[in-house]
Design a protein around this ligand. Sequence first.
Ligand SMILES: Nc1ncnc2c1ncn2[C@@H]1O[C@H](COP(=O)(O)OP(=O)(O)OP(=O)(O)O)[C@@H](O)[C@H]1O
Length: 215
Amino acid sequence: MANITIKTLLSANKLTCIREERILFDELSFEIHAGDIVQIEGPNGAGKTSLLRILAGLSRPYAGHTFYIDEDINRCRDEYNQDLLYLGHLAGVKCELTAEENLNFNLRISGYDDFDTSAILAKVNLTGFEEALAGHLSAGQHRRTALSRLWHSNCKIWILDEPFTAIDKKGVEELEQLFIQHADNGGCVILTTHQDMGIIKDDRLRKIRLDYRFI
Ligand SMILES: Nc1ncnc2c1ncn2[C@@H]1O[C@H](COP(=O)(O)OP(=O)(O)OP(=O)(O)O)[C@@H](O)[C@H]1O
């Protein structure tokens, strides 16, 4: 019988998050493996963004730990940050830069120096808008500028907060395909969305649900 090893990329160990005297989640534990596509779900205000930010090491939990492979993320920041691509709500797009300059800037600060911005922007349907100021782009084009980084990433762990916001149906499908490809190549995707996904079927998607609790 084949010996299948499941590689754990990220694990949450008894994470507790309290905001404004409200317990958003309490002793939440889970493991995320290579190949996983995980949706954090729950109503508005349930704590999805708070959880993603804790997993990304951008904020601290009230209690508990996040591990990158088998090390606490606070003890291996550099290695973790090199393997992590986090896109939050604002997604780091600067309105005063063009779409191309934004992509160029974001890839360079992530350590890449050999890439073709026109080809990457073409993947997100921004051909012809390379020189447009991000501040003048439509909401969907602005979001596509942020997402373009995903098409040139060596990071295994993608943490994406509402990646489909303002993206049209075809764009959502292309992103879903990319997520599947990334997971099939040994990465993982952890995302929030209030939209239904059409390509990533339920048997390919793991769900972690957050619900309100009060002290
Ligand atoms: N830094 C903070 N200080 C105080 N309260 C906060 C902070 N961050 C989040 N909150 C509160 O925590 C709760 C959860 O916020 P969060 O953004 O994590 O929810 P969410 O599930 O992502 O919501 P949505 O679906 O609306 O995006 C909200 O009530 C929010 O006001």
